[in-house]
Design a protein around this ligand. Structure first.
Ligand code: AN0
Ligand code: CP
Length: 329
């Protein structure tokens, strides 16, 4: 695997899931695969889970890891070609990328949406330059439009908990109803997490429903023909998994609204009221989460909240991806 961006990059999803469960059984099974190989993790934005879980995954595979926080100690990077660099940016991405590539075998990049221009974000201008100029396999650690390591870990988590639940209730073989719900947040957040979650759920064997206020429609390239329900309570009826997430306006119908916060309606905060109409649903969120904006204390602390095992599975999804990339070097 040379690029990890979309669900299609992982190939047969059933095979990938089996590989994930095998690795979870014995995460040190491939500890010689990465000997003398170096992963470089580049962060243009903050991170707790991605930073730690990806380092851990690389170490499980016997790799060396270098982490660079571009905004803390590196030169400020210009990203646009043709700019007269007389401002505060000392180096151009076009030199920095091949230089970084020369010190490693595999590159992971985190670079969030900038919300300056919808087209630039949705064309993945930054990540595509890494793919083009680094000469290395590149995996996305949340880009302007996708967060595939998260969605892969989410699917692993859903399969694990659904297997357990259907065995307990003697309903093995039933498809789970999975609901992606928008929830309020004070700041403008990217669409990367919901985009990837929708893309992966559409590829998985689940009954997938998305609920959000009108005007927050996700890009069709990710959400496809998934069922959209504007009434949150209706969407939650009979759900087996609730996946809460805020996103700012994707600007699909009105490009001028891209990245804006058009709604802060607190009635969308996931609380006991909505969870009561579900099928005793598991609660998920990628974290970091703002309590009592996205979800109430009661719901995130409830026995069906699986946000911690969900985050723990980030180590597993990252390890499958790194293993695949090591195998293709
Ligand atoms: C980011 C986002 O919503 O995309 C990262 C989530 C993994 N969240 C924040 O910036 C709070
Ligand atoms: N879920 C996630 O990617 O978390 P971080 O932003 O902490 O890496």
């Amino acid at each position: 695997m040379k690029v990890f961006q979309h669900v299609s990059d992982i190939g047969d999803l059933k095979v990938a899931m089996q590989e994930a469960f095998d690795i979870k059984q014995d995460r040190f099974k491939y500890q010689t695969l990465g000997k003398n190989k170096t992963a470089l993790l580049i962060f243009f934005n903050n991170s707790l889970r991605t930073r730690l879980s990806t380092q851990k995954a690389a170490m499980n595979l016997g790799m060396n890891v270098i982490v660079l926080d571009v905004n803390q100690g590196a030169w400020k990077l210009e990203t646009e070609r043709g700019v007269v660099m007389d401002g505060d940016k000392s180096e151009h991405l076009l030199e920095a990328i091949p230089v970084m590539g020369s010190y490693c075998d595999i590159i992971g990049v985190r670079s969030f949406a900038r919300f300056e221009n919808r087209q630039d974000d949705y064309e993945e201008k930054i990540l595509n330059q890494f793919i083009k100029y680094s000469g290395r396999p590149v995996f996305f650690m949340e880009s302007a439009t996708v967060h595939p390591l998260q969605a892969f870990a989410d699917l692993i988590t859903i399969e694990e908990y659904w297997k357990q639940r259907t065995e307990e209730t003697a309903t093995v073989g039933k498809r789970p109803k999975v609901v992606l719900s928008w929830a309020p947040h004070p700041k403008a957040l990217p669409q990367a997490v919901p985009n990837s979650f929708a893309e992966w759920m559409n590829a998985a064997d689940v009954d997938f429903v998305v609920t959000h206020p009108e005007g927050y429609e996700l890009d069709p390239q990710f959400v496809g023909n998934a069922r959209v329900e504007y009434d949150q309570m209706k969407a939650f009826e009979g759900a087996d998994f609730i996946y809460a997430k805020n996103w700012s306006c994707p600007g699909v119908t009105r490009p001028e609204d891209y990245g804006k916060v058009l709604f802060k309606d607190m009635s969308w905060t996931v609380d006991k009221r909505q969870m009561a109409v579900t099928n005793n649903a598991f609660f998920m969120h990628c974290l970091p989460v703002r309590r009592n904006m996205i979800v109430s204390d009661d719901v995130i602390e409830s026995p069906t909240s699986i946000v911690i095992p969900e985050a723990a599975n980030r180590e597993i999804s990252a390890q499958v991806v790194l293993k695949r990339m090591l195998e293709s070097l």
